[in-house]
Design a protein. Structure first.
Length: 598
C-alpha cells in the first residue's frame, strides 16, 4: 500500500507540473496577442450559431424519421377466416373502439384482456372480464402463457394465435418498407460527422474562453475542457459499439454538457472539476439505468427499491437539510453537498409507470397519488416551491396517462391551486416573488434585481453574443444556475440560447413521438414523465429569468451549474432513451450483408 501511495503521489505531482506548464504557455500566448481575442471573437461568434443549428438539425431528423418496426408481430385467426394483426408488445382486446384488437360483440367486455410479449414469450391476461378468458379450454385466472397455434377464447369467441412469422430479435419482416431500402438509397446523416461538428464547436468556444481570460486564466479551464473531450469521445465510441439504436439523443446531450462547461469556465471556474465529475457520474448512471430498463421485469422490481430509497431521502432532507437561498434543500456530506430532491425525481417518474395489464385491470392510482403528495408536501415544507411545481406538473402528465380521467385531474389541479394561493398569501418570501412578478422594473434594486440585470445583459448580447468570458451577468448571484439562460444570451448570443431551449423542447416532442410505437405503457409513461420534468424546468428557468414567469430558482437541465441536477438529468434521459427500440437503417443493411437474423 505504501508503494501505491507513493506512486500516486508522484503521478499527481507530475500531472500538476504538466498542467501548470500548459496553463503558463496558453497564458503567454494570449497575453502577447491581445488583438487575437478581438479578431477571433468577431469571427467565431458568427460561426458558432451556424454550427449549433447544424448540429441540432442533424440530430433531430434521424430521430424523427418514421422508421417504424410496428408492422405485424403476430396474427390472430378469427372464426370468420380473417387475420387480425398483433402490432405491439402490449395489446388490449375488447369491445371498446380504443382497444388495439377490437371485437365488437355484446358479450365481450369493453376491456376484456391483454396479450403481451415478455421474457421471451407471449402472455394472455384476463382483466376481470365477465365472460372470462380461456386458452385451449383452460380458464385463465390472471395470466397464462400462449404459444403458436393455441386457441384463445374471449367469452366463447375463439381465435387462433399465429406466431409463425415472429422473431424476438431482428427480422426484416417486422420492418417498414423504408427500413428495407438499400443503404445507398437512404438519406442517412452520419453520426461521426455530427460528433466532429460538436467537437469543433467546443474547441472554438474553448479557445474563445482562453483568449478572453488572458493572464487571469484559471488552470482548471483548459484541463477540464481537454478531459471532457476525452470523456465524450470515449462515450461516442461506446455508444457506437453498443448496438443498433439511434445515438443522436446522446450527442445533443453531450453538446449541452459541453456548453455547460464553457459557461462555468467563465462564470464559476472553481466548480469545473466538480461539474466534470458530475457529468461522468451522470453518464454512468445513464448507462446503468438504460441497462436496467431494457429488462421490463427487472425494471418493475427496481421501481420499488427506488421508491423506498426516495422516501428515505425525503426524511433525510427534513432532518438534515441545510437552508440556502430560502429553501432547506441541501444536505452537507462534508466533502460534497447534494440536493436530495433531484434524485427523488428518478423514483417519482418510475413510481408512476405501469404495464398495460395493470392499467386496465385497475385504474386505481392511489399509491402514486400518496407518493406524489409526500414529495410535494416535503418540498412545500422545505420551501422549494419551484421544484414542487416541476413535480406537480409531472404528476398531472403521469396521472392522466394512467387514468385518462379529466375530472379527477381537474379536481386535483383545483386543490393544488387553492394550496398555492394559501402559500402565496401566508409566506412572505414567496409573496415577495409574486409581488414583483410582471413588475420587476419597479423593484429593480430589490426583489427584481436579478431579473432586470438578466434582461439588460441578455439584450446586450444581441444575436451573436459578446463572446465567451466577456459578459457581466456572471457577476450577479446565481448567474450560473437560475440565470444561466441570460448568461448564454449575453456571451454566446440569443441564437445559441434559443437553440438550447429548442433542444430541451425537442426531448418532449421526441418522447411523444416514441409513444406511438412503445413496447409497453411502462416505457411510454416513463418517457413522457421524464420529458415533462425537462419541459417544466426549462420553462420556469428561461421564462422566470426574463419575468414572463415568477423566478422560482430551478435549474436548466444539463446547462446550469449543479452536480445533483446534472446526474438527475442524465438519469431522466434514460427513461426517454429506453422508450425507443428502433433499429438504425444502416444496421439493417449490415445484418442483410452478414446474413444475420438477430
Amino acid at each position: 500500500m505504501k508503494v501505491i501511495s507513493e506512486f500516486a503521489q508522484v503521478f499527481l505531482e507530475r500531472f500538476q507540473n504538466v498542467a501548470d506548464k500548459i496553463t503558463e504557455y496558453i497564458s503567454i500566448f494570449f497575453i502577447n496577442f491581445e488583438k487575437f481575442d478581438y479578431i477571433y471573437t468577431h469571427v467565431v461568434r458568427i460561426i458558432l450559431p451556424v454550427l449549433a443549428a447544424t448540429i441540432f438539425l442533424r440530430c433531430i431528423f434521424p430521430l424523427l424519421r418514421n422508421w417504424k418496426q410496428n408492422t405485424a408481430l403476430a396474427y390472430l385467426h378469427m372464426p370468420d377466416g380473417t387475420k387480425t394483426p398483433i402490432r405491439h408488445w402490449e395489446n388490449s382486446i375488447g369491445r371498446s373502439k380504443l382497444s388495439d384488437i377490437v371485437i365488437n360483440l355484446s358479450f365481450v367486455s369493453r376491456t376484456h384482456a391483454v396479450i403481451t410479449y415478455r421474457n421471451g414469450g407471449w402472455l394472455i391476461s384476463d382483466l376481470g372480464s365477465k365472460g372470462g378468458v380461456k386458452v385451449n379450454n383452460q380458464v385463465v385466472e390472471k395470466s397464462m402463457p400462449v404459444n403458436d397455434g393455441d386457441t384463445i377464447s374471449i367469452a366463447g369467441y375463439d381465435m387462433i394465435l399465429d406466431l409463425s412469422g415472429f422473431s424476438q430479435n431482428f427480422d426484416e419482416s417486422n420492418l417498414s418498407d423504408e427500413a428495407k431500402m438499400p443503404l445507398y438509397k437512404k438519406k442517412i446523416l452520419r453520426t461521426g460527422l455530427t460528433f466532429m461538428l460538436i467537437l469543433l464547436f467546443q474547441c472554438l468556444g474553448g479557445i474563445q474562453i482562453l483568449a478572453s481570460a488572458g493572464d487571469e486564466l484559471n488552470k482548471a479551464v483548459p484541463l477540464t475542457l481537454i478531459m471532457f473531450i476525452v470523456v465524450e469521445y470515449t462515450c461516442f465510441v461506446v455508444f457506437k459499439s453498443l448496438g443498433k439504436r439511434f445515438m443522436e439523443l446522446e450527442l445533443l446531450t453531450l453538446f449541452l454538457c459541453g456548453l455547460n462547461l464553457l459557461i462555468l469556465s467563465s462564470a464559476s471556474p472553481d466548480s469545473l472539476y466538480k461539474q466534470l465529475g458530475a457529468i461522468v457520474a451522470g453518464i454512468i448512471a445513464y448507462f446503468v439505468l438504460t441497462l436496467i430498463l431494457s429488462n421490463l421485469d427487472l425494471a418493475r422490481k427496481v421501481k420499488y427499491l427506488l421508491v423506498a430509497g426516495a422516501l428515505g431521502l425525503l426524511v433525510l432532507n427534513l432532518v438534515l437539510g441545510e437552508t440556502r437561498f430560502g429553501a432547506k434543500n441541501w444536505i452537507n456530506l462534508g466533502f460534497i453537498t447534494i440536493q436530495p430532491m433531484e434524485f427523488v425525481k428518478i423514483a417519482f417518474v418510475i413510481a408512476g409507470t405501469a404495464t398495460l395489464d395493470k392499467l386496465l385491470t385497475t385504474r386505481n392510482i392511489t399509491y402514486f397519488i400518496g407518493f406524489s403528495g409526500a414529495c410535494i408536501g416535503v418540498l412545500v415544507l422545505i420551501r422549494d416551491f419551484g421544484t414542487a411545481v416541476v413535480f406537480f406538473g409531472a404528476f398531472l402528465v403521469i396521472a392522466f396517462m394512467r387514468s385518462g380521467d379529466w375530472r379527477t385531474i381537474a379536481l386535483i389541479t383545483a386543490g393544488a391551486a387553492l394550496g398555492a394561493i394559501t402559500v402565496i398569501s401566508f409566506i412572505p418570501y414567496v409573496a415577495s416573488r409574486f409581488k414583483a412578478w410582471g413588475h420587476v422594473w419597479e423593484y429593480a434594486d430589490t426583489s427584481g434585481f436579478q431579473q432586470t440585470r438578466t434582461m439588460i445583459y441578455a439584450a446586450s448580447g444581441g444575436l451573436f453574443g459578446v463572446g465567451g468570458g466577456n459578459g457581466y451577468l456572471k457577476y450577479i448571484a446565481a448567474a450560473d444556475t437560475d440565470l444561466v439562460f441570460g448568461v448564454i444570451s449575453e456571451e454566446w448570443g440569443i441564437l445559441i440560447a434559443v437553440m438550447v431551449f429548442l433542444i430541451i423542447v425537442f426531448y418532449g416532442i421526441y418522447a411523444v413521438f416514441l409513444t406511438k410505437g412503445c413496447r409497453s405503457s411502462f416505457y411510454a409513461i416513463a418517457a413522457c414523465g421524464a420529458a415533462s420534468m425537462f419541459l417544466i424546468q426549462t420553462a420556469l428557468n428561461v421564462f422566470g429569468s426574463v419575468d414572463i414567469l415568477p423566478l422560482t430558482g430551478v435549474t436548466l437541465p444539463f446547462v446550469s451549474n449543479g452536480g445533483s441536477s446534472m446526474m438527475a438529468s442524465w438519469s431522466l434521459l434514460a427513461f426517454i432513451k429506453s422508450a425507443d427500440h428502433r433499429i438504425r437503417p444502416e444496421k439493417v443493411d449490415a445484418h442483410k450483408r452478414k446474413g444475420v437474423r438477430g
